[in-house]
Design a protein around this ligand. Structure first.
Ligand code: AHG
Ligand code: MN
Ligand code: MN
Length: 342
């Protein structure tokens, strides 16, 4: 049942699958295998969404009792989301190697004895998972690379590519509605899950991030361990000058993907900087920073580690961390001015 929709509106609905097929020609030598990979990811997203919608009813709250490779408490839903994405990618056959925030080693996918598909997928299966118990939006982030030439059996080295090599990246926010946003390097598009028909429907075509915004997102509890330039920048954003639109507002959900999504649509800046104790910040380059940096740039925004472009960082380890400044271009540039001490 599609209540409140006219026949005309139903006819205008474009599903993710229709959209992918229409756009397939944008990719040289397209064989349809990348399209199938996106479809596999979207199927896992629907299953995870189903788990999330029943979170208070089914027994998925709480910790597994394990500490993950990042030294963080693993939530039951972290593991379940990880398993669903691995299962969907294994079944789909387009992926040869998975790297996940919730698994210490890269996971090779062997289909019928050969090396599997052409793509490497790196995942944060559930971002912001400590927020689930209190009904705050969480998400999944994914990053896609091609298996480079010369890797018969894909190993972790095959995945250690800088973000500029991504052929696709996206995220799903399980929020007040569930939305999937992705890019293949030809702009950014968003699809809202219609629960009545179980399809992601194009709802946010060609997303562009405003050049500047009124919101900044940072864990200000760490203020005293930020570098002096960043402390000055925060004070600058807090100046009182109504005519010039100050002070800016702080918005910090504690789910990177949700903070990012809001800033993408409304304009804003998310920062997880280096702190006194954690010089590389907290966020993971391969699972969180690179995919959202690709999306930010494709939408007209920027993403840096406070010095240079995130997408140009040559990774050394799958689970490495990086400081992150991401969002509206002018706000990232302003942050740099302060960090340099201009
Ligand atoms: P994850 O749940 O995947 O471990 O990621 C949590 C991250 C990110 O989503 C969020 O913005 C950040 O951690 C919050 O960290 P603080 O509590 O240190 O602010
Ligand atoms: Mn995360
Ligand atoms: Mn996570």
């Amino acid at each position: 049942m599609l209540p409140d929709l006219t026949a005309q509106e139903i006819g205008d609905l474009k599903t993710l699958e229709q959209f992918i097929i229409e756009r397939q020609d944008e990719h040289a030598h397209s064989t349809g295998s990348f399209s199938r990979l996106i479809r596999d990811l979207s199927v896992a997203a629907k299953i995870v969404n189903w788990h999330m919608r029943r979170a208070g009813i089914s027994n998925i709250f709480g910790a597994t009792g394990e500490i993950n490779v990042h030294g963080e408490v693993q939530q039951v839903m972290d593991l379940r989301a990880h398993n669903e994405f691995v299962r969907a990618l294994r079944r789909g056959g387009e992926c040869c190697l998975i790297g996940s925030e919730e698994h210490s080693e890269a996971i090779p996918i062997n289909t019928n004895g050969d090396s599997g598909g052409d793509y490497i997928v790196l995942l944060d299966p559930l971002d912001g998972s400590s927020n689930i118990e209190v009904n705050v939006s969480v998400g999944t982030i994914f990053s896609i690379y091609r298996l480079p030439e010369g890797f018969g059996t894909p190993t972790v080295e095959a995945a250690l590519q800088p973000g500029v090599k991504q052929v696709g990246a996206g995220y799903i926010v399980y929020g007040s509605s569930t939305i999937l946003v992705y890019t293949t390097g030809h702009g950014v598009n968003g699809f809202t899950l219609d629960p009545a028909i179980g399809e992601f429907i194009l709802s946010h075509p060609d997303i562009r991030i405003p050049r500047t915004g009124k919101m900044y997102s940072i864990n200000e509890g760490n203020y005293n361990s930020f570098e002096p330039g960043l402390r000055k920048y925060i004070k600058w954003m807090q100046q009182v000058d109504a005519e010039k639109g100050f002070p800016l507002s702080t918005r910090y959900i504690g789910s990177f993907v949700s903070d990012f999504h809001r800033n993408l649509l409304k304009g804003g800046l998310y920062m997880y900087p280096s702190t006194k104790d954690n010089k590389q910040g907290k966020l993971r380059l391969m699972y969180e920073a690179n995919p959202l940096a690709f999306i930010a740039e494709q939408a007209g925004g920027a993403a840096t580690d406070g010095k240079g472009r995130i997408l140009e960082i040559q990774p050394e380890k799958l689970h490495q961390r990086t400081p992150v400044y991401i969002g509206s271009k002018d706000m990232v540039e302003k942050a740099h001015e302060f960090l340099r001490g201009d």
